[in-house]
Design a binder for this molecule. Structure first.
Ligand SMILES: [Zn+2]
Length: 205
C-alpha cells in the first residue's frame, strides 16, 4: 500500500512536520480501577496505553480484556461479554482492517471502531467513530534515519487497519482523507507507535 490517501502536509512527514506535531497522549488503562468512561461521539481518536501485569503467557488475553473493557465503556454496556466484537479478516479482501464493535442487542449507541497493538507487556488501544489503525515499530537505532524508517513502518501498518470494509478494493484509499499521527510511548525509547484514522466514515457521517 502506498501513502497516496494520507493527508500529509507538504513538508517531510518525518522532518519538520513530525517535530511540529507533538505525539498524542494516551491515557493509562487500569483493569483494577473503575471501568473507563469513553464519551461518545469520540471527536478524533481515544488512545489508551495498557501495562500488562499478568504472566507473559497471559499478556494477549489481558490486552484483549482491556480492550473489551474500553469497548463496553464506549458502548454503554455494563458487561464486556455483551459487546459483539468483529475483529476477524475482512470478508471482501481477507485483510484485518476496519474492526468494529457493537452491542449485541443493538444498544443506543452506534458501533465503535477500534485497533490494538501489543509488544511484550505493553499494549496500545485506539477507539474512534471511523476506521482506525495502529502500527508499532522498533527503531533500529536512535539516529534520525532509524527513526524515520520506524515511523514509516509504523504508519503503514496503522494505515492498513484504517480502511473501511467494503470499499477496500483498489484503489483502496481514493477519496478518503486520513489523519496520521504518532502516539506518545515513553515507556521504551525507540518504540514508534502510529495511529491513522479516517476523517469521515464512508457514508460521510
Ligand atoms: Zn477489505
Amino acid at each position: 500500500m502506498d501513502e497516496s490517501g494520507f493527508r500529509l502536509p507538504p513538508t517531510n512527514p518525518d522532518g519538520g512536520w513530525a517535530r511540529a506535531h507533538a505525539p498524542l497522549l494516551a491515557r493509562p488503562l487500569d483493569l483494577t480501577a473503575a471501568p473507563p468512561v469513553v464519551n461518545r461521539p469520540i471527536s478524533t481518536v481515544e488512545l489508551h496505553t495498557h501495562h500488562l501485569t499478568s504472566h507473559p503467557t497471559g499478556w494477549a488475553g489481558e490486552s484483549r480484556a482491556g480492550l473489551g473493557l474500553l469497548l463496553s465503556g464506549a458502548l454503554g454496556a455494563a458487561d464486556p461479554d455483551g459487546v459483539a466484537i468483529d475483529d476477524g479478516p475482512c470478508p471482501y479482501c481477507g485483510v484485518v482492517h476496519g474492526c468494529t464493535a457493537a452491542l449485541a442487542n443493538g444498544g443506543p449507541t452506534s458501533p465503535v471502531y477500534f485497533a490494538s497493538v501489543r509488544q511484550g507487556d505493553r499494549a496500545v488501544h485506539a477507539l474512534a467513530e471511523t476506521p482506525v489503525g495502529l502500527g508499532l515499530a522498533l527503531a533500529a537505532g536512535r539516529d534520525r534515519e532509524a527513526l524515520r524508517a520506524a515511523r514509516k513502518t509504523a504508519r503503514l501498518a496503522a494505515a492498513a487497519g484504517a480502511v473501511s470494509r467494503g470499499p477496500c478494493g483498489e484503489p483502496r484509499t481514493t477519496g478518503v482523507a486520513r489523519t496520521v499521527r504518532y502516539v506518545d510511548a515513553p515507556w521504551q525509547p525507540g518504540w514508534v507507535v502510529s495511529v491513522v484514522w479516517q476523517e469521515r466514515d464512508r457514508d460521510g457521517s
